[in-house]
Design a protein around this ligand. Structure first.
Ligand SMILES: [Zn+2]
Length: 409
């Protein structure tokens, strides 16, 4: 049993309580949270560690949407607009995926650990990151992805998906959770999606999908026109959209799902997602680089909708650090107060993401896994309400990253 003490504990609990001169008593789980005096008296046998001055302890960050298979990319892809980017991904895919070796992906996972990401949702298109994720220090929800739009390939694609899913089941543990990703409404045949989702329902697996990421996707699903019409014509002449956006959403009825991007979703579609108890994942850097618009998280905040924040992969980002993502989001969402947006971005990266991924972490709260990070600010922060802002502005690396009560770095 250990006690960790710091100037502040940012609990990320339902009241967003900040405890001054706080302490956390824990083993692999959090036993009690309180003030230093109280916990030292109550648990005299515990080993006490004091964090440096101006340090704050908060839950480890949770990145629900990362594509590690593209980790080797730096400058190979074309940014600015979705379809030219997609064309460049198809053209360079073999090189990028080939160079994204176990060593390369492990390096990125470790970099995420140093920045404080203690859990992640890995979207796996080909299964190439299975070993790196199974051996990672972090908690990983491993989303085996299914896609394929041609009816004549549905059986083959489903067979491949099932074999990857089974391989991931062999790695299941208390830190590794097999899960299912349906790629997107424009790329996944409804029969494939239905079959995969029936497994998710039966096995109670987490589900993720990309949804309404680009104006091209909007035009294609609404009317079979736009850049996707030209794109599909190259592979499949006379292709038609596989479903409407609403029909696609209906496939997920009764399944809590993470819908990533949603930049082009209508208010009606967003309401449908929220009313089903599903979650929206915001990837602002990726959205900017691919020129697909900006999710209006401020309207979500006004309606008290819990959203999550993801980095997407290095195919559409320059960093997998959620602090970098939060800094960017803080700058581009300027309609609400800085205090309000900062608090919501931190909740998106902790408690909201834990709920969305069904993980027993994301808050400093009794009974949850002891996944915590210690962050040392360069100076004292006078006004507690300003702490989330200063954390987002200044954090690059953690002082400690702790998972299941163990210091990992
Ligand atoms: Zn993605």
């Amino acid at each position: 049993m250990k006690i960790l003490e710091a100037d502040y504990i940012l609990t990320c609990n339902d009241n967003f309580d900040i405890i001054r001169d706080g302490a956390i008593c824990f083993d692999e789980n959090i036993i009690e949270v309180g003030t230093q005096d109280t916990l030292e008296k109550k648990y005299p046998q515990a080993e006490v560690t004091k964090a440096p001055k101006n340090t704050l302890i908060m839950p480890g960050l949770i990145n629900p949407h990362v594509h590690l298979e593209f980790s080797s990319n730096r400058t190979l892809l074309k940014y600015g607009s979705f379809i030219p980017w997609l064309d460049s991904v198809i053209q360079k895919r073999d090189d990028i995926v080939g160079d994204s070796t176990m060593e390369c992906m492990t390096k990125e996972l470790n970099a995420m650990l140093f920045c404080g990401t203690t859990s992640l949702g890995a979207i796996s298109s080909f299964g190439g990151e299975l070993e790196a994720c199974a051996k990672a220090s972090q908690r990983v929800v491993f989303f085996n992805e299914v896609l394929g739009s041609r009816p004549d390939t549905v059986d083959v694609m489903f067979g491949d998906f099932r074999s990857r899913l089974h391989q991931s089941f062999d790695c299941a543990s208390n830190r590794f959770f097999p899960a299912i990703s349906i790629h997107a409404p424009y790329s996944t045949h409804p029969i494939l999606a239905k079959n995969a989702l029936s497994i998710a329902k039966k096995e109670r697996l987490n589900v993720s999908t990309h949804f309404m990421e680009s104006p091209a996707e909007r035009a294609w699903l609404d009317s079979g026109t736009g850049e996707f019409a030209q794109f599909f014509n190259n592979f499949l002449p006379n292709a038609r959209p596989l479903s409407s956006a609403m029909e696609y959403l209906e496939l997920f009825d009764g399944i809590s799902t993470l819908f990533t991007h949603c930049t082009q979703a209508t208010p009606e579609e967003l309401n449908k997602i929220i009313n089903e108890g599903s979650y929206i994942t915001h990837c602002p850097v990726s959205n900017r680089l691919l020129g697909v618009g900006k999710l209006d998280i401020e309207t979500l905040m006004q309606k008290d909708v819990a959203f999550t924040l993801g980095t997407d992969g290095l195919s559409s980002n320059i960093s997998l650090s959620l602090w970098d993502e939060m800094r960017f989001a803080l700058m581009i969402h300027d309609k609400s107060s800085l205090e309000e947006i900062s608090k919501n971005l931190i909740k998106a990266s902790t408690c909201n993401a834990a709920k969305a991924l069904n993980l027993a972490c994301g808050k400093i709260e009794k009974g949850l896994c002891a996944d915590m990070i210690a962050l040392t600010l360069p100076q004292h922060v006078e006004d507690e309400k300003q702490i989330p802002i200063q954390l987002i502005l200044h954090t690059k690396k953690t002082h400690w990253t702790i998972i299941d009560g163990e210091i990992k770095c």
